[in-house]
Structures are given as C-alpha cells and as structure tokens.
Design a protein around this ligand. Sequence first.
Ligand SMILES: NC(=O)c1ccc[n+]([C@@H]2O[C@H](COP(=O)([O-])OP(=O)(O)OC[C@H]3O[C@@H](n4cnc5c(N)ncnc54)[C@H](O)[C@@H]3O)[C@@H](O)[C@H]2O)c1
Length: 394
Amino acid sequence: MEKMKKVKTAIIGCGMISNIYIKNLKNLFSIIDVVALCDRNRQAAQEKAAAYGIDQVMTMEEIERSEDIELVVNLTNPVAHYEVIKRMLLAGKHVYTEKIMTADLGQGQELMALAEEKKLLLGVAPDTVLGAGIQTARRVIDTGFIGKVTSCVASISRNQSLNSETYRFLRGEGGALPYDVGIYYIGAIIAMLGPVKQVCAFGMPAPEHEAEMLFTGEAGDKWRIPGNNLLCGVLCMEDDVLCCLHMNGNSVMEKDTNFRIYGTDGVLELGDPNMFDGQVKLMKPETGECIVPHTHGYDGKNYLPEETPFDGYGHRGVGAAEMAYAIRQNRKNRCSKEYGYHCMEVLFGLDQSAQIRENYSIKSRCHIEPLKPGYFSTQFLRNGRGDAERSLYD
Ligand SMILES: NC(=O)c1ccc[n+]([C@@H]2O[C@H](COP(=O)([O-])OP(=O)(O)OC[C@H]3O[C@@H](n4cnc5c(N)ncnc54)[C@H](O)[C@@H]3O)[C@@H](O)[C@H]2O)c1
C-alpha cells in the first residue's frame, strides 16, 4: 500500500495522562508526528517536551495559526474540553479529546454541529474499546459463539473517596466513580452490543470523607465527592438486550470488576474495560470453559525497549491514531463524536433518571465498526513490530 503522509499533531494538556499519550503517539503509530506540546502551565509542557524529546512548546494561539498542524489531541481536564475543542475546530484542526467529551449535552451538540459544518473529525475517548480485550469479545459475539445476546452485567466498585486523597481532581465535578470510570463500562457495552435506547437508575452520593492517608499531610481535612458516587442502573439496548450497570464509588475495595455477557448459547466473562488487555472467557453448557486467545492487537503491553511508570495505562492513543488514518482515508473514525456523545448521553441519562425517578429515553445513536482481526502487537529481536497498526487502516 502507498505510504500515507504523517499527520502533524499537537497535544494540549501535559498532565498525568499525557505521559503515556506522548510516549505512545511518538513511538507506536507511524501515522502520527507529534510536533508540539501545549499547556496553560508552560513549564509542564516544557518538562514533557524535554522528557520525551518533542521539539516545540507552543501556545494555543500558535497552534491555531500553524499551517502544518492538522490534528490536536486534547488532554486537558474535562471542564476545559469545550473551550479547547471549539477553538481548535474553529481554527480548522481535527480534534481527538480525552473523556468525557464536554461538561453538558448542549455543549456536546454544539461541537458536533461545528465539526460537521467544518468537515472536520472530532474523536472521543475511551479508546480502550479498540483494545484486544473488547475487540476479541466483539468478534466472539459477532461470530455467533454465544448465540443471541440477551443480557449483560457490568460492575465496577472502588473506594473513590480514598482515591481522591491521591488524585485531588476527583474531589471536584466529574470525580464521582460513574463519571471517572463508569464511562469505560458504558463505552465497552456500546462498542460490543450497539446503541442504547432507554435507561433508568437509582443513585446515592458519596459519604463525607476525612483524610486518612499520612503521606498527603492532610489528616483531619474533610470533603465530599460531588454527584452520584453510586449508580445502579439498567440500559435497554436498541435490540432489547438488557444491561445491569453497577458503579459503586462508595466501596471499601481498591478496585473490583465483574463483567459478563449472556447469550442464548453461552456466556462471556470479560476483563476490566478500563484496560486494553481484558481476558475473554467463553462458557458453554456443553463444552465447559475456555480462554479465548486475543484476536486483535493493542493488548496494553509495553513493546517498547524502555519502560516508564506509565506503561500500566496501556495503548492509550490508539483512538487518535485510528482517527489520523481516517483523516488520510477520508472516512469516519471509530471513536467518533457520535460514539463519544452517545456514551455521555447514556451517563447523563442514568444520572438524570436517578434524580427524577423516571426512565430516560436516549435520543442519540452511534455505530462502531470493529477493527480487522488477525493483527497483533508483537516484538521481534526486542523491537516492537508495527503489525497491529495495519488493523487501523486495513
Ligand atoms: N489520570 C488518569 O488516569 C486518566 C486516565 C484516562 C483519562 N484521563 C482523562 O485525561 C484528561 C486529563 O487528565 P489528567 O489526569 O492528565 O489531568 P491533569 O490535571 O493531570 O492534567 C491536565 C493538564 O491540562 C492542563 N490544562 C487544563 N486546562 C487547560 C487549558 N484550558 N489550556 C491548556 N492546558 C490546560 C493543566 O494545566 C494540566 O497540566 C481528562 O479528560 C481525564 O478525564 C485521565
């Protein structure tokens, strides 16, 4: 195939998650050329540029004026997403943003309309749905191994208040477990089972939390994570599959995940959809259980020679790389604006249903094409091979 021109890319937001994004986008995806970093805290951008060997630190205005930069990856905090995405779309840049798309549905609709008008792509995380775990599960389902899917149970529980001692941003809006982590479960359900038509839920707030951990030096401080930190809901999918979703940020556990999909001919047990490497277990009454070998690459393992403390975040950035190929191939990207908005509407709908004690009808719809199977992330002579990348454009 003819070699595609690299997509010159700027990253805005150089905090915690930028470490794995910069590392992956620079080293794993030959379609992306990271040319600049930007942060309202210029020093943060300068430090990351020095650490990861990126040539330029730019202001937002310089990125807007740049004629070379085609794609902006937005890794700012969710409250800043709307402003950053809007400015970059208006400047004619394609934008890929971390979750969640915007702070409210109205802002999301406005940005989707702007991207349409400007004929630009707008992509939205979570991109863990392009990882080996979820893509393998989707393949098993699409191949008919478990028959017709009837229901799904997805549960994530974490002590989010204790977590918020270390990760201070969790004490603010969007820090409740359903928003911070539940969105990965919603994204995975949608990527495997299609769009949601109606939701209902009950919710509970977080308890007031008093700092416990000695190293934070805050013993005695008290706060409460805003919003529903415990949401139990049901998603009724477009084709009448029923999904029970349990997102408990008031749990005593550090992390506990359960995820199963039930079909007329079998059951699938899945790993954590917040990760890329989820194990897929197939259970059938006639033949017992087996682990399904991954059918796709991007399994979250670090295939680069040097290790960093951020490797546990896996193949984050694959959604932006797939979008870069979509730009060159003049097609829609998989982690599309419609997908990002639909995930957000389902989450907001659950929250609203819990508040008003009524079912919420989801207005948006989306569709994600699976990646082509058979390409893996492997090593040869300790060098990463680019074979999984083929699944992003084949
Ligand atoms: N931390 C995680 O584990 C994690 C995992 C997955 C996704 N995310 C998502 O990634 C995004 C960033 O998360 P993070 O943990 O890196 O946050 P962070 O607070 O560590 O970093 C955010 C950075 O964005 C910068 N910023 C904020 N507003 C800006 C603006 N208007 N213009 C330019 N720079 C701005 C801040 O100065 C900061 O350096 C969020 O959307 C979050 O939901 C985080």
